[in-house]
Design a protein around this ligand. Sequence first.
Ligand code: TIU
Length: 220
Amino acid sequence: MRLIDAQPRPFALDLAHAALLVIDMQRDFVEPGGFGESLGNDVSPLQAIVPTLAEVLQAWRAAGAWVVHTRESHLPDLSDCPPAKRARGAPKVRIGDPGPMGRLLVRGEPGNAIIAPLAPQPGEAEIDKPGKGAFYATDLQAQLAARGITQLVITGVTTEVCVQSTMREANDRGYECLLLSDATASYFPAFKQATLDMVIAQGGIVGWVAGSQALMKGLA
Ligand code: TIU
């Protein structure tokens, strides 16, 4: 066990049964011209966490622990995209429409790929998910069970959407979840902070929060 300095109390990390979850670090959310920007967002707060997340990923791999990457994506025929999701808001372009990086949020398109500095390595899991939560309509739980994973260190974007949905899904399934405060980002800084606050309120109602330096100190 490695004790990580975290809130609301230290997190006892058991590396043999822990996975690093990197949520939706895709060009579609992080780069201009993707799905995130089509919703009217400035992508720069998301770009800001890339160096930190790359450092965490490197330290985690060096410690020999497993990594799971997710992508929010839909099938080319959009049969897994609820019409209500596609219709939401008043974007310039919608899910499935052509953009500068290919069709928005469609599996296999250039814009749907994970950004190069955080690219998955052989042996790491890659989960394509049609929802915000990574457990909905995926085999993530089966993959974690097959490896005996009981703890998730959670990173990625966006904090209050796909990250928080996934953390709540995981918490309900009994996983111990540690969210890395400086390796997650939102288009809305206030929503990010609110998410960090609500996760650790009430004695850690959804889990734990720590900074990446605290995790890496524990990994060293
Ligand atoms: N819009 C937004 O903040 N996020 C998403 O649509 N997906 C994820 O968070 N990945």
